[in-house]
Design a protein around this ligand. Sequence first.
Ligand SMILES: Cc1cc2nc3c(=O)[nH]c(=O)nc-3n(C[C@H](O)[C@H](O)[C@H](O)COP(=O)(O)O)c2cc1C
Length: 136
Amino acid sequence: MKIAVRYYTRSGNTKKLAEAIADAVGAEALDVSVPLTEKADVLFLGSAVYAAGIDPAVKDFMKANGDQIGKIVNFSTAALLSSTYQQVKKCAEEYGISMAEEEFHCRGSFSLLHKGRPNEQDLAQAADFAKKYLAS
Ligand SMILES: Cc1cc2nc3c(=O)[nH]c(=O)nc-3n(C[C@H](O)[C@H](O)[C@H](O)COP(=O)(O)O)c2cc1C
């Protein structure tokens, strides 16, 4: 099974999750500016919330690489919102990409909020989530 990890980040929070997940599943964590060069049966796709939305770069990546994606597994960080799942799912549906129901989300630091998040515990939980997802 081919596994890929892509993320979009502005301040590094989602990149930390991406690297923890990539380490756990034996893949490389790459930015969404790097296209998929072969089909990924499972794509762990990381995003964050900015002004209640996800960055257009995530949508552009999904549009450009949709035919190379078997299934998206969403992971995300945000200061307040509980996930980017619904926004990524809406986009996945638009481009005909399958999306897992399981996801991983945790707080991400923003200004004075949630200093140090994601922390070591978040990263361990993200790694655990990814391993369990693939084993299921
Ligand atoms: C410009 C900007 C707007 C944001 N807007 C929201 C928001 O509307 N809701 C929310 O929950 N978090 C919001 N956040 C917090 C980010 O989602 C949070 O810091 C996230 O972990 C950033 O991930 P990143 O470091 O991977 O970019 C915002 C952050 C920035 C920089």
